[in-house]
Write a protein that binds this ligand. Structure first.
Ligand code: ATP
Ligand code: MG
Length: 417
């Protein structure tokens, strides 16, 4: 039996690197004052049709939607924001705090064509700031993604920012865009011909060359912002500069979700090829009311974990588990070694010993090597008699004696870390 297409196992070596990346993200979030929230992977379908929008690729083509045994339509979450907002409203989190800074890390599901950097179960590191429309919060959300990437040594991702306007200025602009699209219909791909009627801004998201070419002369939102939106955009850019984040303004950057307003951004790496976007996000001031909550503004971002892993894949990988391997020779020594193993682990050191009894030293050291241990501790009858154990560095092959007393575990912990 094989795993479902587009669903991938994360094997032990990789999982170790994943926890390291997740730990780094948590550090960044806690330093920014974010709290963690964990929401279910399954929601009522309405959370996403209302939260993401009916006429979006995600809802129209990519969602795993099915009736459960009672006939209720449920969907696996394709992104985190809608579920987080649903949880905020349902648990009235906004009632006890007018400003919510939340992060979540977990799997998302989209029925797309699997390829490099595109899976059907993938993972996101997600952050949301709910309850303020101040430009500094937009810049902080972007900065949190930036810090996660740069903290992991990813420095080649390009930050692109745009503004999508608001319900005041966007409809005016949309009319202009519609008129333009009407004139170039024949040059657009069938998808965009359909989009230009239902959700015209989405044509900028099209990856087809014919559409890109045809849209070169199109009017862009950035040139049609109302005074408030223009002011907001300017402040976000100023704060981004103050945070030392170099950016480019990309007037063609749009988002696949209907409720996005004003700030939208992406971080793109040329090393990822066609699936270049490693992080993306934006402001969604209408979303909380669309999901039945109070009129709270919000801004959020998501980092694609698989794509991030591709960017750091060649760094610090391949090592074993490190740690210490206890090699005992003889029954008495083994008894002593077992209790020492237990004390060593309590000091926080990763320590192992062979399960099988009666193995020779050579065989045990071979096993230590296979386990990727960095140190071996040798406990034999001789060592018990002289009360001196041998600690061998398996990388440099140097060895030293360690006194066998009440302090042995702590001493070894210091020597072997
Ligand atoms: P794309 O244009 O690549 O399809 P998107 O606009 O659909 O991206 P978002 O909804 O903005 O993606 O999701 C945020 C991030 O999640 C993306 O930038 C990407 O890193 C990651 N992501 C999205 N879909 C997938 C997928 N199917 N497999 C792996 N990662 C994904
Ligand atoms: Mg997509």
């Amino acid at each position: 039996m094989n795993a479902v297409r587009g669903f991938k196992d994360i094997l032990p070596k990789e999982a170790k690197r994943w926890s390291h990346v997740e730990a780094r993200a948590r550090e960044v979030f806690y330093s920014f004052g974010f709290d963690e929230i964990r929401t279910p992977v399954l929601e009522k379908t309405g959370v996403f049709t209302r939260g993401i929008g009916e006429h979006t690729d995600i809802v129209e083509k990519e969602m795993y939607t099915f009736p459960d045994r009672n006939g209720e339509s449920l969907s696996l979450r394709p992104e985190a924001t809608a579920g987080v907002i649903r949880a905020v409203i349902e648990n009235k989190l906004h009632a006890s705090s007018s400003l919510l800074k939340l992060f979540t890390i977990g799997p998302m599901f989209r029925h797309e064509r699997p390829q490099k950097g595109r899976l059907r179960q993938f993972h996101q590191i997600d952050a949301e700031i709910i309850g303020t429309s101040a430009p500094l919060s937009d810049a902080e959300v972007i900065l949190s993604a930036w810090e996660i990437l740069s903290g992991l040594g990813v420095v080649d991702a390009r930050l692109e920012i745009n503004s999508l306007g608001c319900p005041l200025c966007r409809p005016v602009y949309r009319e202009k865009l519609n008129a333009f699209l009407h004139g170039i219909q024949a040059h657009l791909c069938p998808d965009c011909q359909r989009r230009s009627a239902a959700n015209p801004l989405r044509v900028f998201d099209c990856k087809q060359d014919c559409c890109k070419e045809a849209l070169r002369q199109a009017p862009v939102m950035k040139d049609h912002l109302c005074a408030d939106c223009a002011g907001h955009f300017e402040r976000v850019l100023a704060y981004s500069s103050a945070f030392n984040m170099p950016f480019t303004i990309n007037p063609y950057l749009v988002r696949g979700l209907d409720y996005y307003v004003r700030t939208t951004f992406e971080m793109v790496s040329a090393r990822l090829g066609a699936q270049g976007t490693v992080a993306a996000g934006g402001r969604y001031d209408g979303l909380v009311t669309a999901l039945g909550g109070p009129d709270l503004p919000g801004v959020g971002m998501a980092v694609g974990l698989e794509r991030l892993m591709l960017l750091i894949a060649d760094k610090d990988g391949g090592k074993g588990n490190g740690g210490l391997f206890v090699a005992a020779l003889g029954e008495e020594a083994r008894k002593r070694a077992v209790s020492l193993l237990h004390s060593l682990r309590k000091t926080g050191l990763a320590a192992q010993m062979p399960y099988e009894e009666g193995k020779g030293l050579k065989a045990q050291l071979k096993e230590a090597d296979r386990q990727g241990a960095s140190f071996a501790l040798i406990v034999g009858e001789n060592e018990l008699e002289t009360k001196k154990l041998i600690l061998r560095n398996l990388v440099s092959h140097e060895q030293q004696e360690v006194a066998l007393d009440d302090n042995t575990a702590v001493t070894i912990r210091e020597l072997a870390s």
